[in-house]
Structure formats: structure tokens, C-alpha cells
Design a binder for this molecule. Structure first.
Ligand code: AKG
Length: 322
């Protein structure tokens, strides 16, 4: 039985492949949105329990006043925050902030929530995501790949630097999509995502960056991303104003970024769920962020298997023929 509020159309599938991004309006039921919102709120309330949970605003503020104590206190988890802040400083590239009077909100981030939150795991593995990925990727089966949450409270100055997900992920192939699932209305003002349309087809793999600056991650390989933030009108940038129930899906090579949250009252909460199809294989990328919740390590060329990458959807040929 379908978990979607409506079928995905042929035009939407074509848009995903051509533009590298598609808005699926009203694809989630109210119950699904409410379930995901509860999961995100729980994850935020327990962010300090997660070894990959970060308040990026507190970190940029600590870096600005050179609060070494705070930065080292945040360095025992997924990232060595103190070393990354030194690395940003020595790159000469600034933090990316929106110009904002009275910035008081936080940019909160967590990774691997499926390992610590039962309902979030259920939503990611058995909710609407796998079926959406199956339809857009056209694959025989879909593996779950990973998850994050991104919350920007009202008046959060930190932008999300333009980046390409592919080089943060230890995989290669074409069949990987990212579902950005907002549970609040989001507009340019409150930080909806902006996408460089068609960039997934360039064949380029760009160095991943530190997210709050254009500084590449330490040791990252690949091409240098251009200064998109500084020259937005030179690129084919699209964005979508979204409502709860809408999902934006992008190809994992589509370059994207976001502004801060300039709204006075509107929080912007979203989950990002990643799914892989038939041609994806494991590929070591030594600079990729550690996935502390993973229980195994695959070898280059392996198909995705095991408890970290479960099969979450299979095509049912008999049903399609009917
Ligand atoms: O929500 C954000 O600010 C970033 C989301 C993102 O980069 C992603 O889902 O890949």
C-alpha cells in the first residue's frame, strides 16, 4: 500500500533527472508531517546526547571570541571542532552570515538520528521516503543511506554554504537522491534551499566544505567550488517556497545552499534523508565526516549491505503490469 498522499507524476520524475531537483508538492499526509515534526523536536531536545549534534551558532560565536575552552569541549564527537575552526581561520575565508540586526537564533545540526531515535528510524526506513526514492531513481531496490536534521531558529544569521553532497558521502554511482523534508513553511526569508539547476550533469566533483564557510574540509580532494554566494546571478539558481507536506528531492551531485533564517518568528525545521539505488557502490573518501553510528566498514566497490544500509524498498513488477 502506498505511503504517499498522491502518486508521483512522470513530469516530476523527468524534472528530477533533467534539473537535478524537483519539488513534490503535497506528497506527505498530515499524519506523516506531524510524526516527522515530533521526531525532529525530540532529536533537538536531546541534541546534547548525540556525538554528532552541534549548535553551529554557538560554535561560530565561540570562534569569533577565540573561546578555546568552548571549542575544545565541542571537539570530542564527530568533528574536531577546535581544529576545524583553526583551519577556517588559516584559509582566510569568512564564516557565511546574513546581515542581520539582533541575530539570536541557532543553527542546529545532527547526523545519524536513526541510530538513537526509534520513531525517526521507523519514519526513515518504513515511511514515505523509500517509495519516493524508488519512483525517482527508477531502481529495482532502494537502500537507506543516511540522515541529518537541520534547524534554523528565527533570526539565525548562519548560512549553509553552497556544496555538493556527493563528496561528503563514501559512495560512487548515479543513483542517489536526497529528500529535504521541511515540517514548517519555508521561504527565501526563512532559509529554504537554493539549488544550482543542472549542476548534477556537469560531471564535476567538488571539494566538500565546512558548511558555515566556503573553506573546504581538511584534506578534501576535488575541484574548488566557485564563489556562488558572491555571484548568484551568474548561476541558474532555483528555489521553492514550501509548506509542510511538500518535499524537495535533489540528486546528490546537485550543488545547493541556503540563507540564514531572517524571519522574526518562523522556525525552519527539516530532515534530510538519503537513499541509494542500483548502481551505487561504496567508495572510501578519507576526508568524509565520520559516521560514528555505523557498525561496519565496507570495501571499495561493495554494494551497500548490512545493518547500516538496509534495503527499504523493492520494485513490485507484478503490480506494475496489472
Ligand atoms: O537545511 C539545510 O540548511 C541544508 C540541507 C542540505 O544541505 C541537505 O539536505 O543536503
Amino acid at each position: 500500500m502506498t505511503k504517499l498522499a498522491r502518486p508521483i507524476t512522470r513530469d516530476e520524475i523527468n524534472a528530477y533527472h533533467t534539473a537535478g531537483v524537483v519539488l513534490l508538492r503535497g506528497i506527505l499526509s498530515l499524519a506523516a508531517v506531524n510524526e516527522l515534526r515530533r521526531c525532529i523536536d525530540d532529536a533537538v531536545a536531546t541534541l546534547h546526547d548525540s556525538p554528532a549534534g552541534y549548535d553551529l551558532t554557538k560554535i561560530t560565536r565561540a570562534a569569533e571570541v577565540n573561546d578555546k575552552e568552548k571549542l575544545s569541549a565541542d571537539s570530542g564527537g564527530q568533528h574536531n571542532v577546535a581544529a576545524i575552526m583553526d583551519h577556517i581561520k588559516s584559509s582566510g575565508k569568512p564564516f557565511l552570515f546574513d546581515d542581520m540586526a539582533q541575530a539570536k537564533g541557532s543553527y542546529l545540526l545532527d547526523t545519524g538520528i536513526v541510530a538513537r531515535h526509534k520513531a525517526f528510524r521507523r519514519f526513515s526506513m518504513s515511511g514515505p521516503g523509500p517509495e519516493i526514492a524508488g519512483a525517482l531513481l527508477g531502481s529495482e531496490q532502494v537502500n537507506f543511506f543516511g540522515d541529518q536534521i537541520f534547524v534554523k531558529e528565527p533570526r539565525t544569521r548562519e548560512r549553509t554554504a553552497f556544496h555538493q553532497d556527493a563528496t561528503y558521502f563514501e559512495i560512487e554511482g548515479n543513483d542517489c537522491c536526497v529528500l529535504w523534508m521541511p515540517v514548517d513553511p519555508a521561504t527565501l526569508e526563512s532559509g529554504t534551499i537554493q539549488y544550482w539547476r543542472g549542476s548534477h550533469r556537469s560531471g564535476r566533483l567538488y571539494k566538500p566544505n565546512v558548511f558555515i564557510s566556503q573553506t573546504p574540509l581538511p584534506g578534501a580532494e576535488g575541484e574548488s567550488l566557485p564563489d556562488i554566494e558572491g555571484h548568484l546571478s551568474d548561476y541558474d539558481i532555483v528555489h521553492f517556497d514550501v509548506e509542510p507536506g511538500d518535499i524537495i528531492v535533489h540528486h546528490y551531485r546537485t550543488v545547493h545552499g541556503a540563507g540564514g533564517n531572517n524571519s522574526r518568528y518562523q522556525v525552519r525545521r527539516a530532515a534530510s534523508l538519503r537513499y541509494c539505488g542500483d548502481d551505487i557502490r561504496f567508495l572510501t573518501r578519507p576526508w568524509a565526516p565520520k559516521q560514528l553510528h555505523h557498525t561496519q566498514r565496507l570495501n571499495d566497490g561493495d554494494v551497500l549491505t548490512g545493518p547500516d544500509f538496509p534495503i527499504v524498498w523493492r520494485r513490485r513488477h507484478e503490480q506494475e503490469a496489472a
